[in-house]
Ligand binder design. Structure first.
Ligand code: FAD
Length: 685
């Protein structure tokens, strides 16, 4: 074990110490630019699919760095982490290794929308990602800054269609050819950092922005449309200077739930987890924000910031007079710093200190590093195909914040999918697709490529129409088998485990369905379940599991021989039982919608007067966009599956009525013609 670790360390040091130009070969299948959350998943996925892959990043020691809050997951975002893991990505396993506070958010709601989240130790997370990358076959990691994309002359047969042929590195003029290039440069494209009234070029603090040559190639040479967005980060606070007794303790879950389907427990033991704390802003915070607005140029800019992770300035200006939540979260096991989530700010450093001291537990706090803002260019993602390839440039893929998203999880999910497809393109395999009906990754990519973004995009469960079947607990059964059999990004070890899980769960369901008793007997045995009188006369144990007061363990204690072999999956079976009826119904609806995707929606349909149950928002959207087919309607924001089924039923009903009316009319015409024929015939006789 120790020797393996030493070997990894040696190989890591050897990669860091040699200049990039001496290490990289001249030719790769796939080159990934940027070693953030998108780039690391992209590089690992491309190599898993079988492509010779090169990851070029500005600084090797920042590979896998958590630029902002050291945390992963949350509502919607946790689903993405589980799906990345199900496709054999890195971030779920890295979080299980580095997590120091695990909790499932949104527990008051159903398990379909629970949000697994972990606070992480920055250093452990980075170490895990780096050691995984450096031990991935077919993957080379080098330090260097990419100056320019190499682009072949456009094909005269296809004007406007470009092809990327490789990259050129800064300082040294080294060129590397590649069949596919993935850009994952995050906030670095024309990046500017802001604190108070000063601004300087940069991708994040301590890092230079991407070279101007890269932006030039994208905009001028390839003609891509770009926009400008902004984000920010809070000051880091010296832990010792915080009065925790003035904040509310937020303990971790007593049984930490791992992200990865390969892990049964997390590295951090339950009692080793570190606490987080919650506090609130005071009127003094609002006063400092207002008094310092003229000293804060980031907040005065037009570029849109993240609506769902806004700066304290935006929160105060948008909701005056309110108290805002601030989470005080640890940065790591040995770190002396604290991350105040909710206090991202860009005012001058001395004003930042004045502001945080208006918050009771921070009344004597010291700032280690001031907060800052960053503005950057993004590429409008409607120019991408569902494989995340630039439609007008063969071989060029984009993933992560460069596509207008915010967050590690969104970046990782796109990175993995771009890596898969860049490798498949380089190896002359057809593109792989993920739909909205099978994954949150499919929802994310479809939203980006078909709707685009007007502000930094983050994932929410409400974006997924089919969320009762796209649950965090079943991401392995939805994606791992496909990932191995069709996509080629999943190892056989993980595949075998997913097959075992699938088969065991199927056997367990069959065993539960085989226990069948008269309803009156169930009522006597489990009176607390309140089984209603008018239920079917016979119910199975699977039907019973649906009741909130019933657990798998209660059933297994009654039929230990039949059911206890499946105790390992007791929670998954409970969730399966609860969602099965919804999912069966939804599955039929999905199949019907998929069959009817090309159904034409009449041009002259008056959506406002349709005599069906459709929300005002749905009517307004349909009337404004006037989608030509049912498939196009499914992709509109705010159009729910229920609205689609309503539309489908209405159009089919109308068509049936029209056919009937026409048949009736032609029968009448036929009858009249027959009468005429009979009259003529009698006249002829
Ligand atoms: P990054 O993780 O930024 O990685 C980009 C990588 O590309 C870097 O390693 C960089 O060195 C490399 N690179 C850039 N140009 C080149 C080049 N020319 N050649 C070689 N390498 C290059 N997310 C949230 O969810 N919530 C937040 O509150 C939040 N706040 C943030 C605040 C700040 C200041 C920053 C910088 C980011 C913040 N994020 C936040 C975003 C989060 O860090 C990103 O969404 C996520 O890291 C994006 O991942 P990425 O892989 O696209 O880019």
């Amino acid at each position: 074990m120790l020797t393996k670790k030493l070997r990894r360390l040696q190989s890591f040091l050897s990669v860091v110490s040699r200049p990039a130009s001496h290490r990289a070969k001249q030719q790769y299948d796939v080159v990934v630019v940027g070693g953030g959350h998108a780039g690391t998943e992209a590089a690992a996925a491309a190599a898993r699919v079988g492509a010779e892959t090169l990851l070029v990043t500005q600084k090797i020691h920042t590979v896998g760095a958590l630029s902002c809050n050291p945390s992963l997951g949350g509502v919607g975002k946790g689903h993405l982490v589980k799906e990345v893991d199900a496709l054999d990505g890195l971030c779920g396993r890295a979080a299980d290794r580095a997590g120091i506070h695990f909790s499932i958010l949104n527990r008051r709601k159903g398990p379909a929308v629970w949000g697994p989240r972990a606070q992480l130790d920055r250093q452990r997370y980075r170490d895990f990602i780096q050691s995984e990358l450096l031990s991935t076959p077919r993957l080379t990691v080098v330090e260097g800054s990419v100056e320019e994309l190499l682009v072949a002359e456009p094909n005269p047969q296809k004007p406007g269609q470009h092809r990327v042929t490789g990259i050129r590195l800064e300082n040294g003029d080294q060129q590397i050819s590649a069949s596919a290039v993935i850009l994952t440069t995050g906030t670095f494209l024309s990046g500017s950092l802001f604190v108070g009234q000063t601004s300087s070029p940069g991708g994040r603090i301590g890092d230079a922005p991407s070279s101007a040559g890269l932006s030039h190639t994208l905009r001028e040479r390839l003609g891509l449309r770009t926009g400008r967005l902004r984000t920010g980060t809070p000051p880091r606070i010296v832990k010792e200077s915080v009065d925790f007794c003035l904040a509310k303790l937020h303990p971790a879950d007593s049984h930490p739930t791992p992200f990865s389907f390969l892990n049964t427990h997390t590295h951090c033991k339950p009692d080793e987890q570190l606490p987080c704390y919650l506090t609130l802003t005071t009127p003094g915070v609002e006063r400092v924000v207002r008094e310092s607005l003229h000293l804060n140029c980031h907040i005065q800019q037009d570029a849109k910031g993240p609506r769902y992770c806004p700066s304290i300035e935006s929160r105060v200006l948008r909701f005056p007079g309110r108290q805002h939540q601030v989470w005080l979260e640890p940065e790591g096991v040995t770190s002396d710093l604290l991350y105040p989530q909710g206090l991202s700010m860009t005012m001058p450093p001395d004003t930042q200190l004045r502001l945080i001291r208006e918050i009771p537990p921070l009344h004597r706090a010291e700032i280690h590093t001031p907060g800052y803002g960053v503005q950057y260019d993004f590429v409008c993602p409607t120019q991408l195909s569902p494989a995340l390839q630039v439609k007008s440039t063969q071989g060029l893929f984009l993933a992560g914040q460069i596509n207008g998203t915010t967050g590690y999880e969104e970046a990782a999910a796109q990175g993995l999918w771009a890596g898969v497809n860049a490798a498949r393109s380089a190896l002359s395999m057809p593109a792989a697709a993920l739909s909205r009906t099978e994954s949150y990754i499919g929802v994310l990519i479809d939203d980006l490529s078909s709707r685009g973004v007007t502000e930094p995009y983050r994932m929410f469960t409400s974006r997924a129409e089919f969320r009762t079947s796209l649950r965090p607990d079943n991401a392995d059964l939805r994606l791992t088998l496909k990932g191995f059999e069709e996509v080629g990004c999943v190892s056989s070890l993980r595949y075998k485990e997913a097959i075992r899980v699938r088969d065991t769960i199927q056997d367990a369901i069959a065993a539960l369905q085989a226990v069948s008793l008269p309803t009156s007997t169930w009522r006597r045995r489990f009176p607390a379940c309140n089984i209603s009188e008018n239920k079917a006369s016979v119910l199975t144990a699977m039907d019973l599991l649906l009741y909130s007061d019933m657990s798998f363990d209660m059933l297994a204690s009654e039929w230990p021989e039949r059911l206890s072999p499946y105790a390992e999956f007791s929670q998954r079976l409970k969730i399966e039982a609860v969602y099965r009826p919804h999912c069966d119904k939804q599955k039929k609806e999905i199949e019907r919608i998929q069959r009817e995707e090309s159904m034409v929606l009449p041009d002259d349909m008056d959506y406002w007067s349709l005599p069906v149950s459709l929300s005002r928002e749905a009517r307004e959207t349909l009337d404004r966009v006037r989608p030509s087919t049912l498939g196009a309607a499914t992709r509109l924001e705010g159009i729910t599956p229920a609205a689609i089924v309503t539309l489908l039923n209405y159009v089919r009903f109308k068509e049936r009525n029209e056919t009937k009316a026409q048949r009736h009319k032609s029968n009448r015409k036929g009858e009249r013609e027959e009468d005429l024929f009979a009259t003529n015939a009698s006249l002829q006789h």
